[in-house]
Design a protein around this ligand. Structure first.
Ligand SMILES: Cc1cc2nc3c(=O)[nH]c(=O)nc-3n(C[C@H](O)[C@H](O)[C@H](O)COP(=O)(O)OP(=O)(O)OC[C@H]3O[C@@H](n4cnc5c(N)ncnc54)[C@H](O)[C@@H]3O)c2cc1C
Length: 404
């Protein structure tokens, strides 16, 4: 039997879960599997805001690929994907090239700055371990610097979060819990520190249930978070931001702006010439691209629409993980020349963390607040670890701090 070469790009939620499933579902005689990733670890993007705020060490978020993937069954290549050449069935890497029979693209997301001047140069983002680590160190540096300067700079203690969506709110919740520790460590009055969420829409968490939004805002406000809604960030400078509110331009001193208002699919996909819609590949129901029989796209690089509303599903880890199961089954089906499955998301709800023991959730049609929602979030994270790497991974990386 001629062995097919299956190549998976990216060890994120989608790529990692596909590799884990394929190593179980395919016999090594049936296919050769290669997983290509920039780093030797997979990271849980959904925990990065905790790493960035400094409430959870990034080593907890990193999972060594070899702790989950059996290198006797899946070849792990540590390299950076530069572009894909689907006509040649090849992927160009930083250090060479690789050919495939079947390709799975799971390269995730990147920051979208919408052309706002200075964001790229001066704002922080929470998109990977390196960004999160840098932001944590920067916060520490600013607090440490405050008493070391003759002229005290408020800009060091003003923290602006651009975007009151899911990521911005989750980060604010963690940061609000971290500030008292930083203040104590660096002898700074808590009242001197400002955390400001700047949101373009009339309310934060647009699209969420009103009661849940109100709960989230009250919870964050009680810990000192300020909201400036209906405000558009116009420019990010090294030590201030300029925003527009009610038709007026205002400037606020800050050395820490966190851009949490936009992500897009990895631009490699678009640059490689795939047909895209807003940067994503609008995949067929079996998760293949419309124009190539042998290329699957998964996670944040894929666009799928809700058939009833015609609207695209938001990019989430939940969907990427579910797609991985369908893609792994479909890759196996293609090798066995069987019919492929269609992907239908099974949306269980949304949980937004507000800091360690607080959260809001809409799950299985029910609203949850506070501790219950926070437990639900931790259980959902633990479920993922169990699914990916079994009990040993769960025990090593799981969250069991349900009561504190
Ligand atoms: C702070 C934050 C909180 C979030 N919270 C939630 C949540 O609570 N629930 C939820 O469902 N979703 C959440 N999301 C969204 C979720 O994280 C994404 O939808 C999910 O990570 C997408 O999975 P993916 O497999 O497409 O890509 P990713 O998980 O982003 O993985 C992409 C992988 O590809 C690798 N890669 C990228 N480019 C290259 C390259 N050129 N060469 C080689 N390797 C490369 C990366 O290193 C990474 O390992 C959150 C996102 C953020 C930023």
């Amino acid at each position: 039997m001629n062995k097919k070469h299956i190549v998976i790009l990216g060890a994120g939620y989608g790529g990692m879960m596909t590799a884990a499933k394929l190593q179980k579902n395919l016999h090594p005689n049936e296919a050769e599997i290669t997983l290509i990733n920039k780093n030797d670890y997979h990271y849980q993007t959904t925990w990065l805001h905790e790493n960035a705020a400094g409430t959870l060490h990034h080593d907890r978020t990193k999972i060594k690929i070899k702790d989950v993937i059996d290198s006797n069954k899946v070849k792990i290549v540590l390299d950076e994907v530069k572009c894909i050449k689907p006509e040649e069935k090849a992927v160009k890497l930083q250090n060479g090239a690789i050919h495939y029979d079947t390709l799975i693209i799971g390269l995730g997301f990147e920051t979208a700055t919408f052309g706002i001047p200075g964001i790229k140069e001066h704002a922080f983002t929470i998109g990977n371990i390196n960004n999160a680590r840098l932001l944590r160190e920067h916060l520490d540096f600013n607090f440490a610097s405050y008493h070391n300067e003759l002229e005290k700079k408020n800009a060091r203690l003003n923290i602006v979060i651009g975007g009151g969506g899911f990521t911005g709110i989750e980060f604010a919740g963690e940061l609000a819990n971290r500030i008292p520790q930083l203040c104590e460590e660096y002898d700074i009055e808590k009242a001197q520190v400002r955390i400001i969420i700047m949101e373009g829409a009339a309310t934060v968490l647009p699209g969420f249930d009103e009661q849940l939004v109100e709960y989230a805002m009250n919870s964050l406000e009680s810990r000192g978070v300020e909201f400036i809604n209906g405000a558009l960030l116009r420019e990010c400078k090294k030590d201030s931001i300029v925003y527009e509110k009610d038709g007026k331009l205002c400037e606020l001193p800050t050395m820490t702006t966190i851009w949490a208002a936009g992500v897009r699919a990895n631009s490699i996909v678009e640059k490689s010439g795939f047909e895209t819609n807003g940067g994503k590949v609008e995949v067929r129901c079996d998760m293949r691209t419309p124009d190539f029989e042998d290329v699957f796209v998964i996670g944040d690089c894929a666009l799928i629409k809700n058939q009833e509303t015609g609207r695209a599903y938001p990019p989430t880890a939940q969907i990427a993980i579910q797609q991985a199961e369908t893609v792994a089954n479909n890759v196996k089906a293609s090798i066995h020349q069987e019919e492929m499955d269609s992907f239908t998301p099974n949306l269980q709800g949304t949980i937004t963390s507000l800091g360690n023991n607080d959260a809001i959730a809409e799950v299985f049609g029910r609203k949850l607040f506070g501790w219950k929602a926070s437990c639900m979030k931790k259980m959902s994270d633990n479920r993922y670890l169990l699914k990916l790497g079994g009990l040993s991974l769960l025990m090593k990386k799981g969250k069991f701090n349900f009561f504190y």
